[in-house]
Design a protein around this ligand. Structure first.
Ligand SMILES: *Cc1c(COP(=O)(O)O)cnc(C)c1O
Length: 234
């Protein structure tokens, strides 16, 4: 794993240099979904502090099993009935993809009197199989976001298609970046665009060059995933 991590850091550094950015501006989120607690502990021992999970139940189990001060990031589609389990437990929810979900996060955060930081997930590639707002839906959700008291919009997230040549996703990352600049320029209450969560194992270098502040990397660090049989819970 050390070799994998060193390789990722080297690629991140190279992309930052080519884009004239500081390496410190980009945060690596180790996507630990499907990997056991030992893998997370090993990555932690190598200095990784942020981990991403996409299922509430799996995340809760890992939080219980692992006694380390980890910054947990929730990156998967979130059902409204499970929001209450995440509030106060995660550093950032990357995957707000509906008005209903945003309002539930607000409700549960108010209940606990804490502020929850979230990103809006945008379906830039407009794939039917993907979660996230369409670009034309963003205006409306920002109108709602600015009225919230316990939920802060910190930026945008996207999941690009899996492509064999990572440069094919360049345009998607560029569009997310442009959208974030456009929103930033509107100076909307309660909305900042500090975070751009984009780029995965196969395309994070391209994403960094297009302005990613957080990259979500699983297989390049932990190796190939083996998926368990799908249950209705998923
Ligand atoms: C699984 C997953 C990743 C990581 O994918 P890899 O290709 O393994 O790096 C990133 N983001 C999301 C939302 C994911 O579900």
């Amino acid at each position: 794993m050390k070799q994998n991590l060193d390789k990722i850091y080297a690629q991140m550094k190279k992309a930052c240099e080519e884009a004239n950015r500081n390496f410190e501006e980009v945060e690596l989120i180790a996507v630990s979904k499907t990997y056991p607690k030992e893998a997370i502990e090993e990555a932690y021992s190598l200095g990784v502090r942020s981990f991403g999970e996409n299922k509430v139940q799996e995340l809760m189990q890992k939080m219980e099993q692992i006694d380390l001060p980890i910054n947990w990031h929730f990156i998967g589609h979130l059902q409204t009935n499970k929001v209450k389990y995440l509030i106060g437990k995660v550093a950032l929810i990357h995957s707000v993809d509906s008005e209903k979900l945003l309002l539930e996060i607000e409700k549960q955060s108010q209940k606990q009197q804490i502020t929850t930081e979230v990103l809006l997930e945008v379906n830039i590639s407009n794939e039917a199989s993907k979660w996230g707002f369409k670009i034309e839906e963003i205006k409306n959700i920002l109108e709602i976001a600015k009225t919230l008291k316990f939920t802060k919009i910190k930026g945008l997230m996207t999941v690009a298609p899996f492509v064999s040549n990572s440069s094919e996703n360049l345009q998607i990352f560029e569009e997310l970046f442009k959208l974030s600049v456009d929103i930033e320029n509107q100076n909307i209450d309660n909305v900042t665009m500090d975070i751009l969560s984009m780029g995965m194992s196969n395309d994070f270098s391209v994403a960094i060059k297009q302005g990613a502040t957080h990259i979500r990397v699983g297989t390049a660090l932990f190796g190939k995933r083996e998926y368990a049989t799908k249950t209705k819970e998923d």
